[in-house]
Structure formats: C-alpha cells, structure tokens
Ligand binder design. Structure first.
Ligand SMILES: Cc1cc2nc3c(=O)[nH]c(=O)nc-3n(C[C@H](O)[C@H](O)[C@H](O)COP(=O)(O)O)c2cc1C
Length: 349
C-alpha cells in the first residue's frame, strides 16, 4: 500500500486498492453516476471529459457546464479535462475547483481523430515535454486539489516505460493506464502483461498506478490487482446494464425485475431533472435498453423503450409492462404485500 502525503487530497484517504468508475462520454454523465452511487458506490468516480478550450470560451462554457454537474453523494468525484494549451488547462482546472470537484484528471488517452488532430488526448504521448507542462499548469490551476492523468501505453507502439517516466517526473497523484496504444483503439485485448513493470517503475514514487481495460467486474479486478500489484482498478464498459457493478453485497443474479423497473424509472426522471432539455433524451435509450435484460418479457419492453422521447414515455412503457406481464411477475400482489420478489428472485427484500 502506498502512503500518500496531504497533497494527495482525497486519494490519501481512500482504502487501497481503489475501485474507480471510468469517465465515459455520454455514458457516465451526472444522472447515471448518481444512479450508480445509490446502488453501489465506486471509491472514486470520474466525470466525462470536457474541453478546456471550450470551458475557457464565453460561447462554449454554458453548454459544457452540464459535464461538470455532480451530486454530493458521489464524492469523491473527479472532473476530467482535455486540451493542449497549458494556459487554458490552467483556467479549466480552476473552473473545476470552483465548481467543487475533489480532484482534476487530465485526459491523455482519447484516441478520437478530432481530438488527436488538435494535439490533445493520446496525441500528447508524442509530445512529452508539452504533456509535462500541461500537468504542471493543471496542478497550479487546481491547487490544492490533487491532479491525476489518464492515458494509454503508447501512440503507435507501446512506449510505456519512457512515457510513464515523463509523467512520474511531475508527480501526478495517480496515473490510470488504459492498457492499449492509441493505434489499437479498443480493437485488441488490453495488455495486462505490461502492468507489473509499470507498477514497479512507480514503486518508489508517490503516484498511484491504476489499471484499466476489459475488467469485467470486481472479482476480475481483484484477480488483476493480485497479479499485477497495481494500486487500483478502473472499470468502464462493465457498468453497461449493471448499475450495481460496485456493490459487493448484491450478486447480478439477485437483481430482481422490480429492481430493474425501478432503475428505469429513476434514471429517466433523474436525467430529465438534471439536464432539463440540455441533453437529448435519445441518448438515454442505450441505457434503458442495457438496463432491460435478463427477465421474462424484457424483449417486448425493450421494443417500447427503443422509441421513447421523454421520461413520461418510459413510465408509460413500464405501466404497460407491469399490466401485461403481471400474470408472470405478479407486480400487483407484490405491491400489496410489499414483498418485491419477482420471478423467484431475491426473497425477503
Ligand atoms: C462510450 C465511451 C466514452 C468514453 N469517454 C471517455 C472520456 O470521456 N474520457 C476518458 O478518459 N476515457 C473515455 N473512454 C475510455 C474509458 O474510460 C476506458 O478507458 C475504456 O472504455 C476501457 O475501459 P473498459 O474496458 O473498462 O471499458 C470512453 C469509452 C467509451 C466506451
């Protein structure tokens, strides 16, 4: 276990190993993160990435501020910014601090063309001096908040040792390694074989090394932590369709139909509440479909959810489903007794 200084902020207070929720644009937004936090809180959650240039422009800022929403129960929660201009990164870090985040993360891993074309995201792996300058600018802007980096293990080829060496020199509190190169996008398996060397390289530093890529669940994370010695694990896509991912008490097979319907309703209402028209409801559909799996009648319900345009449509779909499938799931009798068991799932809840 790494002992961190006070400078490390909330990171120093976390129990290690650390289990983190990955930033994912249009997936782990403020509404979804709140839904997750209520069901099984990660040790730390990362908000979707926000452009520093956008946050620094009078015109861009109002639209981007929705990326910086969070709820108190999520804490500790970290904002993530990207950019290639140290000045703007400094200012954007200050904005994140003023908004009340617990930390600021720098995206140095995004592989998307429109981001790397401007020298941001994973393109910074090719300009390590600039990357270091950016980290220092964000450290100054975020001060006293801790600053971390999320990156990949190379651009075209794996250059992890050299790249990590550059990062460690400026002492970010944590480095999350998505164990693929930029060229690999998400097309190959994550290179977990390189992780032990990275952990060793950072051994005598005060930087936490967090691994990321293809982790299925907490058991899988535990196995990788044991194998690599890393200080924490970050999970991303495993959250699709499993808002209980970080809940060790509740196994997926024990999640009831009622739990899932409640999730659909809560998530839809929250989304509308939080974003109030600032984000298209169509973005919610992929979540709704992912939440709706593994029970009798889910196919029919999914068909209805494919075209919903607002939370009221989702409530209508749920009402239709509970009426149509009451003979199977017996929602009405459960409601009366308060015993929310459906299809023989979790009894005595
Ligand atoms: C839809 C989507 C959006 C993403 N958005 C971000 C982002 O905003 N910032 C970031 O650092 N990584 C982003 N990522 C990468 C993830 O954080 C993570 O590194 C990647 O999905 C691998 O981890 P996983 O296999 O656990 O999903 C995104 C990934 C996906 C699939």
């Amino acid at each position: 276990m790494k002992v961190l200084s006070k400078k490390a902020g909330f990171w120093a207070r976390l129990k290690q190993p650390i289990y983190a929720l990955a930033p994912m644009e249009d997936v782990t937004d403020a509404a979804f993160r709140l839904v997750i936090a209520r069901r099984g809180k990660p040790d730390v959650a990362f908000a979707e990435f926000a452009s520093a240039d956008g946050l620094c422009s009078e015109r861009g800022r109002p639209n981007l501020m929705k990326l910086l929403y969070f709820d108190e129960i999520e804490r500790p929660v970290v904002a993530q910014i990207f950019g290639e201009k140290p000045d703007n990164m400094y200012k954007a870090a200050r904005i994140c601090k003023e908004v009340g985040f617990d930390g600021v993360d720098i995206n140095m891993g995004c592989p998307v063309k429109k981001v790397v074309r401007t020298g941001c995201g994973s393109a910074l792996i090719n300009t390590p001096e600039l990357a270091r300058e950016i980290i220092q600018a964000v450290q100054a802007g975020a001060d006293p908040l801790p600053v971390s980096v999320k990156t990949r293990i190379g651009y075209n080829e794996i250059v992890l040792e050299e790249w990590l060496g550059h990062l460690l020199e400026v002492e970010p509190v944590a480095v999350t390694l998505h164990l693929r190169t930029r060229r690999e996008m998400s097309k190959v398996d994550a290179h977990w074989e390189v992780m032990p060397a990275a952990v060793k390289q950072a051994e005598n530093t005060s930087t936490l090394i967090i691994g990321n890529g293809d982790i299925r669940d907490l058991d899988h994370a535990d196995q990788l932590i044991a194998e690599t010695g890393m200080d924490g694990a970050m999970l991303g896509r495993a959250i699709y369709g499993n808002a209980w991912l970080f809940n060790r008490e509740l196994r997926p097979e024990h999640i009831t139909v009622h739990d899932r319907l409640e999730l659909l309703e809560e998530h839809s209402l929250l989304y509308e509440n939080v974003f109030g028209g600032r984000k298209n409801f169509a973005i919610m559909r992929k979540h709704l479909l992912a939440h709706t799996t593994g029970f009798f009648g889910c196919r029919e319900l999914r068909q209805r959810l494919e075209t919903v345009r607002c939370a009221a449509d989702v409530l209508d779909a749920i009402a239709w489903f509970t009426a149509e499938f009451d003979h199977i799931h017996q929602f009405s009798s459960h409601k009366k007794t308060g015993a929310l068991t459906a299809s023989g799932n979790r009894a005595g809840d």
